[in-house]
Design a binder for this molecule. Structure first.
Ligand SMILES: Nc1nc2c(ncn2[C@@H]2O[C@H](COP(=O)(O)OP(=O)(O)OP(=O)(O)O)[C@@H](O)[C@H]2O)c(=O)[nH]1
Ligand SMILES: [Zn+2]
Length: 300
């Protein structure tokens, strides 16, 4: 019997595939494996065709083309390697807190740039809104709303904003990322009781050490859809972005760079720079310009 399904878990050469008729533990068909490492062609989020072998086992015959991938550059023995984390994600939730820890705007920008490059829609989720005046929080984050990034204001502690966020996850494959301590686990539990613990357990296995098993998993949402968690947030910053292409991933720079006097303007010290002029005129936020300069010239 042939079935179509979704890869919901990968672990040491095996994949769990959910299909309308059930869930199967699968290996890749030999022919597919010949040319690649399994991790290069198969990831959670992949749509696959399988042949059902037993009630619990199957064989993956075919992997569908991906709409997009969330990947990162991972150091390996033979050099840097692009590692697919999630195939076909609909969106990435960047979770930050409005206090404890205070939001790190440059980190937000760094993630947004990477996602822009990979053409993955981003949502910014601002947690712990119970700790700060709403006006103060919006002053910081309305910048991102003005750039057309959706921003969700929530409190895992009080439940404020949680039903709205739940709606945004429904029937989508969402990936959650964010620095330590912002309340991801609490947020997942608020969205769906028990979910935080499940996610934490899998990421604990994966980030325990260099040589432990890499487990990737999609967690089903009761409202329909799936959620994946990104372990090792720091390495996610490693995207293959050339300095010259960086300005192309700042949305608000896009329509302006062609007005710079020099074609290869770095928007730093050059005369006739349209970007610096826009910063002076208030059309580009100074914080975003600062992020650009730091990313471009590698200062921390
Ligand atoms: N005031 C307030 N505190 C919160 C909220 N959400 C989480 N916290 C607290 O923030 C701390 C961190 O929450 P966690 O859910 O463990 O955060 P995490 O992002 O999973 O953290 P890591 O395990 O370090 O990745 C805990 O003390 C939570 O009680 C919130 O909405 N408001
Ligand atoms: Zn310029």
């Amino acid at each position: 019997m042939i079935e179509e399904g979704l890869v919901v878990r990968t672990q040491s050469g095996f994949a769990r595939v959910d299909t309308p008729s059930g869930s199967y533990t699968c290996r890749l068909r030999g022919k597919l494996k010949q040319h690649h490492k399994i991790s290069d062609i198969l990831s959670v989020g992949d749509r696959v065709k399988i042949t059902v072998i037993t009630e619990k086992e199957g064989r993956i015959d075919d992997v569908s083309p991906r709409s997009r991938v969330l990947s990162r550059l991972a150091p390996e023995a033979r050099g840097i390697h692009e590692q697919v984390l999630v195939a076909n994600p609909d969106q990435v939730l960047l979770v930050f807190a409005c206090a404890n820890p205070a939001p790190h705007l440059r980190m937000i920008d760094r993630f947004l740039i990477g996602l822009e490059k990979q053409e993955i829609p981003a949502r910014i989720v601002v947690n712990k809104i119970d700790l700060v005046e709403r006006k103060e929080i919006e002053m910081i984050f309305q910048l991102y709303e003005s750039l057309d990034f959706p921003v969700d204001y929530v409190s895992a502690a009080t439940g404020n904003g949680i039903p709205e966020l739940r709606k945004q996850l429904s029937n989508k494959l969402s990936v959650m990322a964010g620095p330590s301590g912002v309340g991801k686990t609490s947020l997942l539990n608020a969205l769906q009781p028990g979910l935080g613990g499940l996610v934490k357990e899998v990421s604990r296995i994966t980030t325990k050490g260099m040589h432990t098993t890499q487990v990737r998993e999609l967690f089903p949402l009761e409202s329909g859809g799936w959620l994946a968690d990104l372990p090792g947030i720091r390495s996610l910053g490693l995207w293959d972005i050339q300095p010259e292409e960086l300005d192309g991933y700042f949305r608000e720079f896009k329509g302006l760079v062609q007005d710079c006097q020099f074609n290869d303007c770095t928007h730093h010290n050059e005369p006739g720079c349209a970007i610096r002029k826009a910063v002076e005129d208030g059309r580009i936020h100074p914080g975003r310009y600062d992020s650009y300069i730091r990313l471009r010239f590698g200062e921390e």
